[in-house]
Design a protein around this ligand. Structure first.
Ligand SMILES: *[C@@H]1O[C@H](CO)[C@@H](O)[C@H](O)[C@H]1NC(C)=O
Ligand SMILES: *[C@@H]1O[C@H](CO)[C@@H](O)[C@H](O)[C@H]1NC(C)=O
Ligand SMILES: *[C@@H]1O[C@H](CO)[C@@H](O)[C@H](O)[C@H]1NC(C)=O
Ligand SMILES: *[C@@H]1O[C@H](CO)[C@@H](O)[C@H](O)[C@H]1NC(C)=O
Length: 506
């Protein structure tokens, strides 16, 4: 990672920026450097709707929510969602109002390739994303595009989805279509969003596709996703970088994992948990040595053997694959929301194989940490700084784009608690950059709009804009946090005066 490259990246994402934070010396506000970029994030299935129109193929979340409405708390689905498919102009106008410089969204594989395969391209899918990109360009907003955000075409799921090694090849074909079609417009690419989440919750658990096979299919999924990521990055590097330019990374999620006590056992357990939850995907790509974290390899190998398996349940990479995947990044996309405490576990011999059993730790949160509307999400801003520093120390300070950080609260426009969350997390981020030296180049709030929050349906709201799901127009209304975030994005600074964002307006 040379400096020139890093510089180009900063230059690129701030090129169209609206940041003009000229300040006088008496200004005591906390300010991010010129060139630091602010954005917002969404994902296709969570906002687009239009699940079965104009040639779009069925995705695994379409199939799963239709077949199993009971897995979603409010029995809802993404059939209509925010109707963003029909609201390109309106939504980009709102993005512009926010004063942000980049918009992170994902492309629905089955809208581009209805059967998942590259022999038939759906023209309407191309049209839709081209329209969105053109509208962003007109409004000077840089697109950051995720190729895969949980929505595999159902036809590929019939072949085993990510447990089938051939999926990596099909993902390369899909990526080629995207780079050929949108490469002139899109210069910042993410291959995958949160592989831990979709491999563990989808293949190890009961979210789509609902394989519920922890300790087996989750590891197969992870293995093929890592191969797919490496293969797409190498293709991009070899065939596209010179021609169309751009930068490619992957988005990984990292909740901070803090030892519950100062005991040696718990310190060790917390480090093991970091290697399992984050290192599983980060170590093969971002570490100097590559491959799975040694602790993950040794614990799963030993556990598999003890359970009577001839082969480890964690597949092995070939030496060529290790090399291909290692260093396959221009930057790290990092999602961070919350923190957990970790205690060492006491494995019960003979239990069903599982990810948690392999890792052998206990994960929990403190009751006194401020609650949100998501049971898993407590407000712990200091964990953000610790997570960023762990990345800096373990992976030679990779340049990092925060691709998601955000919080859910109940409906309502006067969301001072959200303003407080964002402000406190941005303060932690500022400290990580300016005191600790973490190389973070931008920040995206999750999410632009309220949206379909997977198994939580529409019950948990993360939006800067509230969506009225009762209105036929799916009306969007700015929350107080949108006003706060606009100020941050336009000035590059955190406001001193919170009174502007408290409840006394009208
Ligand atoms: C698309 O799905 C909706 C339900 O979301 C259904 O009412 C409609 O008939 C479907 N249209 C087609 C063309 O299948
Ligand atoms: C998932 O697997 C576990 C362990 O085998 C089982 O107890 C549970 O009932 C399964 N859940 C579903 C929804 O299939
Ligand atoms: C989130 O808000 C809804 C609606 O008020 C409520 O029913 C639910 O219990 C809340 N969830 C959490 C985890 O606080
Ligand atoms: C919905 O949108 C239409 C067309 O823009 C507009 O005429 C109508 O007043 C809107 N309805 C509501 C309830 O906002």
């Amino acid at each position: 990672m040379n400096f020139i490259y890093f510089h180009c990246f900063i230059l690129f994402i701030s090129l169209h920026g609206v940041i003009s934070n000229r300040r006088n010396v008496l200004d005591s506000r906390i300010c991010f450097a010129d060139g630091f970029s602010f954005g917002v994030a969404t994902a296709s299935y969570q906002i687009e709707g239009a699940w079965n129109v104009s040639g779009k193929g069925e995705g695994i979340w379409d199939r799963y929510t239709h077949a199993h409405p009971e897995i979603v708390v409010d029995r809802s689905n993404g059939d209509v969602a925010d109707g963003s498919y029909y609201k390109v102009k309106k939504d980009v106008a709102l993005l512009r109002e926010l004063g942000i410089s980049f918009y992170r969204f994902s492309i629905a594989w089955s809208r581009i390739l209805p059967n998942g395969l590259s022999n038939y391209v759906n023209e309407d899918g191309i049209r839709y994303y081209k329209e969105l990109l053109a509208e962003l360009r007109r409004n000077h907003i840089t697109p950051v595009v995720t190729m895969y955000h949980f929505d595999l075409p159902q036809s590929l799921q019939e072949l085993g989805g990510w447990t089938n090694p051939i999926m990596a090849e099909y993902f390369v074909d899909y990526a080629r279509v995207l780079l050929d079609t949108f490469g002139d417009e899109v210069k910042i690419w993410l291959t995958f969003n949160e592989p831990y989440t979709f491999c563990e919750d989808g293949y190890g658990g009961i979210e789509a596709p609902g394989a519920n096979s922890s300790g087996f299919e989750d590891y197969m999924c992870g293995h093929n996703v890592l191969r797919a990521h490496g293969m797409v990055y190498r293709m991009f590097d070899k065939e596209y970088r010179k021609k169309i330019g751009g930068h490619m990374g992957i988005t990984l999620d990292f909740s901070w994992l803090e030892p519950a006590t100062t005991s040696e056992e718990d310190q060790q357990a917390a480090e093991t948990a970091r290697q399992f939850y984050f290192g599983w995907f980060a170590h093969p790509i971002f570490s100097k040595s590559g491959d799975y974290p040694p602790i993950m390899r040794s614990m799963i190998d030993a556990n598999s053997k003890r359970q009577g398996f001839y082969h480890s349940r964690l597949p092995y990479f070939t030496p060529e694959e290790v090399k291909m995947i290692r260093g396959a990044y221009d930057f790290l996309g990092l999602n961070h929301y919350t923190t957990y405490l970790i205690k060492h576990g006491s494995r019960r011999l003979g239990v069903q194989p599982s990810f948690v059993d392999d890792m052998n730790v206990i994960k929990f949160q403190k009751d006194e940490w401020p609650k949100t509307n998501s049971s898993w999400l407590k407000v712990v801003p200091w964990g953000f700084r610790k997570a960023l520093n762990w990345v800096r120390l373990n992976y030679r300070n990779p340049k990092t784009l925060i691709t998601e950080n955000g919080v859910s609260f109940e409906r309502g426009l006067r969301d001072t608690k959200r303003v407080n969350y964002i402000d406190s997390y941005l303060r932690a981020l500022h400290t990580a950059i300016h005191q600790d030296g973490c190389l973070v180049v931008g920040y995206a709030y999750w999410s632009f709009l309220d949206n379909f929050e997977w198994t939580r349906g529409f019950s948990e709201r993360f939006g800067l804009f509230e969506v009225d799901y009762q209105s036929p127009n799916l009306t969007r209304t700015a929350r107080l946090s949108a006003k706060y975030y606009t100020n941050v994005a336009k000035t590059g600074c955190l406001p001193n005066n919170f009174a502007d964002y408290t409840y006394n307006t009208d």
